[in-house]
Design a protein around this ligand. Structure first.
Ligand code: MRU
Length: 343
């Protein structure tokens, strides 16, 4: 992906979001001028990925202030609008963290809010770059082979899912830049195909060799020895290392554990939620049944069937070989995360 293409971009008066529901067929931008449109965009996954919705939420505070001024809202109404943005999706803690960070400057006015939102965005790109280098170093050492690596990933964690560059995909891009990447197995990521539509699209922009595979193929690919390591992102990491990420991730982690290969989680410290003790306390978003009962708007399951559609699952911390943040890699497969390293 060219560096200048940003999933989330402040235009000066509105928020430009690459419409990720349309990729890869169409590259279109949604220009967001009001809070309701932003909440809808977050919920429909026009913008998605934990750090990207964090950045969108940060600018959402500015949108609320501007809309409030335009519509003559009271302070309470502006704050209520911000609360709607903050609650648009429940699992990724980045959304809440970033909104709260910007809200700390709410009383200073629009310029301060925009400066803080820009800092959120800038720091996320910097964190991703750091994670890429730390993660690549760690993986090359852990796998300990001189040949280029074969990496499996799940969902989309690239520039589209962040403020730029990517978390797990950032590590993959770094390995590629070092000439140490053979191929990527990109899980298609059911039901909304973030892997086959978005990750594959980003990999094509980067000229990175890859296969798209069905989610159900992942465990077999790992157990057949066709993969050296798996790298995924995260939406919320509890204090004990339990990691919520796109549904299907835990199966990848179990297969990696069985095969004895590294399962690396790449996430900025804004994704770590030390106030959440374990994965049991993470609110897993349940999405509409139609996403699993239909295909392209056409009903595929019997009319009588009900759909079960959790957007995320929780990988127990004991299955996480390494957690790479912008501060380095923690090998945390047992026990509490070290709070002093993370905050
Ligand atoms: O429902 P999505 O597409 O927002 O889910 C995204 C994921 O699960 C990602 O792996 C996670 O947010 C990390 S993105 C760097």
């Amino acid at each position: 992906m060219p560096q200048e293409l940003r999933a989330v971009e402040w235009t000066g008066e509105s928020l430009a979001l690459i419409d990720q529901t349309l990729l890869p067929q169409r590259t279109e931008t949604l220009d967001v001028h009001d809070v309701d449109t932003l909440v809808d965009a977050i919920q429909r996954l026009v913008v998605r990925g934990a750090p990207a919705i964090g950045a969108a939420g940060a600018y959402g505070v500015a949108l609320a202030l501007i809309e409030g001024e335009r519509e003559g809202w009271s302070q309470d109404e502006v704050r209520a609008a911000v609360a709607r943005v903050r609650a648009a999706r429940p699992t990724a803690v980045n959304l809440m963290v970033c909104v709260d960070r910007v809200m700390a400057r709410f009383d200073e006015g629009l310029d301060a809010v925009l400066a803080e939102a820009a800092a959120v965005q800038r720091e996320d790109v910097e964190a991703n770059r750091a994670m890429g280098a730390f993660g690549a170093d760690w993986l090359l050492e852990k796998v300990g082979e001189d040949r280029p690596l074969r990496i499996l990933t799940h969902c989309n964690t690239g520039a589209l899912a962040t403020a730029g560059w990517g978390t797990a995909l950032g590590v993959i891009r770094e390995l590629h830049a070092r000439g140490r990447l053979e191929v990527v197995y990109a899980d298609e990521t059911r039901p909304l195909l973030q892997g086959s539509r978005l990750t594959a699209w980003e990999l094509v922009q980067e000229g990175i060799p890859h296969y798209v595979q069905a989610d159900g193929a992942a465990a077999g690919t790992i157990l057949r020895g066709e993969v050296d390591a798996a790298i995924v992102g995260a939406d919320r990491i509890a204090a004990n290392g339990d990691t919520a990420n796109k549904v299907g991730t835990v199966g990848v982690a179990l297969a990696c554990a069985d095969a004895g290969i590294p399962f690396l989680v790449a996430a900025p410290t804004t994704t770590v939620d030390l106030a959440t003790k374990t994965g049991d306390d993470i609110h897993i978003e349940l999405r509409g049944e139609a996403e699993v009962l239909e295909w392209g708007g056409v009903r595929t399951a019997p009319a009588e069937s009900r759909g079960h559609n959790p957007a995320f699952d929780v990988t127990p911390g004991r299955l996480v070989t390494g957690l790479v943040t912008e501060r380095g890699v923690l090998e945390v497969s047992a026990g509490e995360l070290p709070a002093d390293h993370l905050k």
